[in-house]
Design a protein. Structure first.
Length: 207
């Protein structure tokens, strides 16, 4: 059957009836696609949360501190080694507190290294041109773990650039040695004490 409508000129136009079956099927298809997209979004979110949880369970941070003293007689524009005492890791207790042990440690990387002036009060790093920090033990080779060049700072604290070296053998040891090489761009009137705050990211299997 056909139904007719007229325009202003009294002409008739045949209009085919709409097919309700087609309209319903398209609506259902649209609803199905929306449900599918929602389900995939939920699955992806749950997967992301699960991965983050696992990573948190297997990773933790170990913090170590040490100090160096830059002498007032340090020469300008000449790289100078600064003697530092050995750093005791206390790693076995750190591993135990985080429900793991040395033989289950998979990877250790330096997460951050910050240096800050603790003495004299009010001093800043305007005198410092560059700094390079190295780590070693009696049984391992020395490698660079952090540095900063072309320093132009009047702050009393600086974050260094960390390397991506694998450090498990150093952190598993009872202690490790830190060697610091500094280059000054101006003299300092008195000895400057600098604290190094190191944070290591440890990835390990649980017990």
């Amino acid at each position: 059957m056909y139904r007719y409508r007229t325009n202003k000129l009294a002409n008739f136009e045949k209009i085919k009836p709409r097919n309700p079956t087609i309209r319903i099927s398209k609506k259902k298809k649209k609803q199905f696609m929306k449900s599918k997209i929602f389900a995939l979004t939920v699955v992806a979110a749950l997967f992301f949360i699960a991965c983050s949880t696992i990573d948190d369970l297997l990773s933790f941070t170990i913090s170590n501190e040490t100090s160096i003293q830059i002498k007032s007689n340090t020469l300008v524009n000449l790289p100078t080694d600064v003697v530092m005492p050995d750093v005791t890791t206390n790693s076995s207790n750190e591993f135990k507190n985080n429900r793991t042990e040395a033989n289950l440690v998979k990877d250790v990387k330096l997460k951050s290294l910050n240096i800050s002036i603790t003495n004299p009060e009010g001093e800043n790093f305007s005198f410092l041109k560059s700094i390079h920090i190295y780590i070693s033990t009696n049984d391992t080779n020395e490698i660079e773990i952090a540095h900063q060049d072309n320093i132009n700072s009047t702050a009393s604290s600086i974050d260094l650039i960390c390397t991506n070296e694998k450090l498990d053998q150093y952190i598993k040891a009872v202690s490790y040695k830190i060697r610091t090489k500094v280059t000054l761009k101006e003299t300092v009137s008195q000895d400057v004490t600098v604290k190094s705050n190191m944070k290591f990211r440890v990835t390990a299997d649980p017990f």
